[in-house]
Design a protein around this ligand. Structure first.
Ligand SMILES: Nc1ncnc2c1ncn2[C@@H]1O[C@H](COP(=O)(O)OP(=O)(O)O)[C@@H](O)[C@H]1O
Ligand SMILES: [Mg+2]
Length: 246
């Protein structure tokens, strides 16, 4: 006897059409993400979602365009979340996220929301970072950092160029600290090199009341100073830390 497939689970024509609307491979989006993207298109916030700039373990980043044709960046946190559960420490110690429910989907959305809020703090503190534009569920829309439609290159690919680059990064970390935020994942992979270095990837950034915020700050400063030092641009770690906290 044929088993009855519930109506909800049957793939619908709507799903098919929805997937057809995106140029990108549809399997990177789950249904709820597709619906949310489709709504953003309907509201005239997005015109197209183009090819991925980056496919990571926790998120994919796409270049997209607005109806007026300007590029914007769309970061989509993945709902498949075993990796996220590991990173709960960054959410649980942050009192801004005290009330969120611990389902996987909520945790993923909390990271998108956290990155959005952290980028708002960056904008206020005039830190070189993408300006946040909108966050819905697991989707974060932000300023596209790049030129002629191409994203700026990550620091790990270009390598460091000068000590003034390091100073600019430390100044941004200092501004953030003064604004009450620690990035908590600073590395050459999370810095894009434009006219100035830009800090990106703020999903795990924590406010200072987080029990580990000082440890994360030290780790951030240590990692970046060590990276520059390894490439011949030396700076004393203790001095750098003192400067950031001054
Ligand atoms: N606002 C942006 N503008 C242009 N490119 C971006 C932007 N944000 C991220 N990217 C690109 O996507 C990559 C991954 O972004 P990131 O936020 O670091 O996500 P992940 O969590 O996967 O590390 C970056 O290294 C960069 O190349
Ligand atoms: Mg990153």
């Amino acid at each position: 006897m044929a088993r009855k497939v519930s109506k909800r689970k049957r793939p619908s024509k709507d799903d098919f059409l929805l997937k057809e609307r995106f140029k990108v491979e549809s399997e990177v989006f789950d249904r709820s993400t597709l619906l949310a993207l489709s709504k953003l298109m309907g509201k005239g916030i997005l015109q197209t979602v183009d090819n991925p700039i980056s496919t990571g373990k926790e998120a994919n980043v796409f270049r997209a365009t607005t109806p007026s044709g300007s590029p914007i960046a769309v970061k989509i946190y993945k709902i498949e979340t075993t990796k996220f559960m590991r990173r709960k420490e960054y959410i649980e110690g942050d009192r801004r996220f005290k009330k969120f429910r611990h389902t996987e989907r909520d945790l993923v959305s909390a990271f998108a929301q956290k990155e959005y809020k952290n980028l708002e703090i960056c904008a206020k503190a005039k830190v070189h970072a993408p300006k946040p534009l909108l966050q819905v569920k697991n989707i974060l829309i932000m300023e596209f950092l790049g030129e002629d439609g191409l994203p700026y290159t990550q620091l790990n690919i270009l390598g460091p160029e000068s000590i003034s680059q390091l100073k600019s990064i430390l100044l941004d970390i200092r501004k953030l600290y003064r604004a009450g935020l620690v990035h908590a994942d600073i590395s050459e992979y999370n810095i894009l090199v434009g006219p100035k270095p830009y800090l990106i990837d703020f999903g795990q950034g924590v406010i200072l009341s987080h029990p580990n915020s000082e440890r994360y700050l030290e780790r951030d400063v240590y990692n970046i100073v060590k990276y520059f030092s390894k490439h011949g641009f030396k700076m004393d770690f203790e001095e750098a830390l003192k400067y950031v906290k001054s």
